[in-house]
Ligand binder design. Structure first.
Ligand SMILES: NC(=O)c1ccc[n+]([C@@H]2O[C@H](COP(=O)([O-])OP(=O)(O)OC[C@H]3O[C@@H](n4cnc5c(N)ncnc54)[C@H](O)[C@@H]3O)[C@@H](O)[C@H]2O)c1
Ligand SMILES: [Zn+2]
Length: 399
């Protein structure tokens, strides 16, 4: 028998060649203003670091292209400027934006077809500019066509720049379940261009702020204070303030991936999913009319109320957080909160998503969180009602 091959029980043998596979990846997120501008061309710098034939397929989110038609022109001008550095594989491909991009295979197929027909190989690039949904769908296509082509992401919503676009996942919804298919596939880099945020509709301008408050409650009390202090500026769309908060939020998300020891989520704990079991369920219940950002804001409130009722969480934290979220524009209410039975099904869906064992992160006070493995359903109903009552009162005052 060769050295290293051990005879095991019942004739089961390990091959002598078995061993660890180590793949090292530098996860890289940059911020800039004007990614396609001639000055400070971050994209070309990133691409120059890699050898290869360098064909580039540019994919643009239709919602962005309509709200900011200049992006299409800027992408073409950028391609022309770099004509000697890499070959641009045709005109930018425009794909439908929003959750519909993930709800069926249309965008996925469009991108895989373009990768095939425009000869994008494993040394070529897909450069995608869009919201989290388009990044997820296009990222899935780029990760699976040819078993993975190089991906550069330019997230174009506050939520995508703060959270959805800076991680290592992609995916599509299928059979009515969110993110049922997808892969862990780190992009070559992510470039957060703050100027892209200027054309966002109000609900997508604020969306990233619920993820900021989420991660602030989990890990960074100073960030929570900063959102509170700057809420008026955020409401009137101060780009400098938004850039600071989005960048800090992205930093905390990236630190969790790079330093947290579980980038591909093989363990059960999912601390960054704080507030998300109900957020995902509310999105489903409203047929995605409720945006992810608005849903997360409500989801945080439900779990903060629950922690205060059952777990001894700080009693003033729900009110403090609701004040902060409302100050930056979140409505904190939706009709689906009235259907408690269906909302509570979200807990079971989340349990399933985690592989059968529930682990829901609860925040006791800013910077202090822990996981619970079971939920007291009647207390959770009470928490949902408290959130609903506040929302209803506020809506009545406003109306
Ligand atoms: N992969 C991950 O790790 C991860 C993490 C969190 C969330 N997500 C996913 O992200 C998605 C939500 O992303 P989102 O909040 O960015 O919303 P979104 O992608 O649905 O975009 C919102 C809307 O804004 C439009 N848009 C995009 N950029 C624009 C711009 N600059 N100006 C004007 N309009 C613009 C889009 O066309 C769309 O209509 C969800 O599908 C969620 O599941 C993924
Ligand atoms: Zn989220």
């Amino acid at each position: 028998m060769r050295a290293g091959r051990e005879k095991m029980e019942h004739g089961v043998q390990e091959l002598a060649s078995n061993g660890p596979i180590t793949v090292s990846w530098h996860h890289r997120v940059l911020t800039c203003r004007g990614a396609f501008a001639a000055e400070g061309d971050a994209l070309a710098g990133l691409m120059a670091d890699r050898a290869g034939p360098g064909r580039v397929l540019i994919v643009l989110d239709e919602g962005l292209a309509e709200a900011n038609p200049g992006v299409f022109e800027q992408a073409i001008a950028w391609s022309r400027r770099h004509a000697s550095d890499f070959e641009v594989a045709g005109a930018p491909l425009i794909v439908p934006g929003g959750e519909q991009a993930k709800n069926d295979r249309t965008v996925f197929d469009q991108v895989v077809r373009a990768i095939h027909e425009r000869h994008i190989c494993r040394q070529s690039w897909v450069l995608v500019v869009g919201g989290g949904a388009v990044l997820d769908a296009v990222g899935f296509a780029a990760a699976t066509a040819h078993r993975g082509v190089r991906l550069l992401r330019l997230p174009s919503t506050s939520l995508a720049q703060a959270d959805a676009g800076v991680g290592v996942k992609n995916g599509l919804n299928a059979f009515g379940a969110k993110n049922l298919v997808g892969t862990f596939a780190p992009p070559i880099a992510v470039v957060n261009d703050t100027l892209l945020l200027q054309s966002l509709a109000p609900e997508h301008w604020r969306a990233g702020l619920s993820e900021a408050v989420k991660v602030a409650l989990l890990k960074d009390p100073a960030l929570l204070s900063e959102v509170e202090r700057t809420s008026a500026a955020l409401r009137v769309r101060d780009l400098d303030v938004m850039e600071r908060i989005v960048t800090r939020t992205a930093e905390l998300h990236v630190a969790h991936i790079v330093q947290g020891g579980d980038p591909f989520e093989t363990q059960r704990a999912r601390p960054l999913d704080f507030g998300h079991w109900s957020a995902h369920q509310l999105e489903q219940m409203t047929g995605f009319r409720l945006s992810h950002g608005d849903a997360v804001a409500i989801g945080l409130m439900i779990d903060l109320q629950y922690a205060a009722i059952v777990l001894g969480g700080r009693a003033d934290l729900p009110t403090r957080t609701a004040d902060c979220l409302e100050a930056v524009g979140f409505p904190l209410t939706c009709d689906a909160l009235g259907d408690e039975d269906r909302l509570l099904e979200g807990i079971e869906r989340f349990r399933e998503h985690l592989g059968g064992h529930l682990a829901i992160t609860m925040v006791m006070e800013p910077g202090d969180s822990h996981e619970v493995g079971e939920i007291d359903t009647s207390a959770m109903r009470q928490a949902i009602r408290l959130v609903r009552q506040r929302g209803t009162k506020r809506a009545a005052r406003a109306g």
